[in-house]
Design a protein. Sequence first.
Length: 302
Amino acid sequence: MNKYYLNYLEQLEAEGIYIMREVAAQFEKPALLFSGGKDSITLVQLAKKAFAPGKFPFPLVHIDTGHNFKEALDYRDNLVKELGAELIVRKVEDSIRERKLTEPKGKFASRNWLQIHTLLDTIEEFKFDACIGGARRDEEKARAKERIFSVRDAFGQWEPKLQRPELWNIYNGRIHKGENVRVFPISNWTELDVWNYIRKENIPLPSIYFAHYRDVIAHEGQLVAVSDYIQIDETDVIMNKRVRYRTVGDMTCTAAVESNAETLDEVVNEIIATRISERGETRIDDKVTEAAMEDRKKGGYF
């Protein structure tokens, strides 16, 4: 890695740390949304650096769909112990029962839409006025419309046409009662930036980010892990493939990629060589409609 790129990563890190400190300064009850994925892990690293040697400043909030990879949950629990941080877990299953929601059906029945209810209920329960998330502008075109400080109205909804200007790194966190802000400190990062930063900082990750053997089925050119959460049909052929994950979502909607990458260097080289975005290659739920992500975000999604 050359000196110029190290300086570039340091600039991104400095921006992320600055944003973390702005959140702490401008809001009364911020929280960090945590999934166990590489982006939220990067956020934790930035927050640690922003407030060291002080105590980790934000509770970690996990909206648990019940369809998680075990490796991600184990990582989450170990990280919380290491940080000494507060972990808040709220389950989509409870929202389904309490709100009498209709559970999606089908081969890959995703609870992603239903997470909206659980997230908004959690924000209301704890009166969070800012939620830090790991969205990046290169992930998906709806996320490219977000500002770093992105206001949600009293109903938790996002209006992409009513975005605040952000000039010269000036972030406006002023909100009316009932509103809250989603904050995206790594909005200006790419997937490759995240991986290079993880390599530079030597940050541990869940094992599913590296090559391993897993039973999968092929579906429309994607490899989906065999689990209790998906419907296996008679026509499905179960294969044991050497795969890894580029992103960590639910087992119902996140596909693996074939890979032999066992180290951070090898993963970085694969990312450099690919021409398909991580969500484009691995997220089944984003293929429902062309505007699937934007529709979820308007309703209150991460």
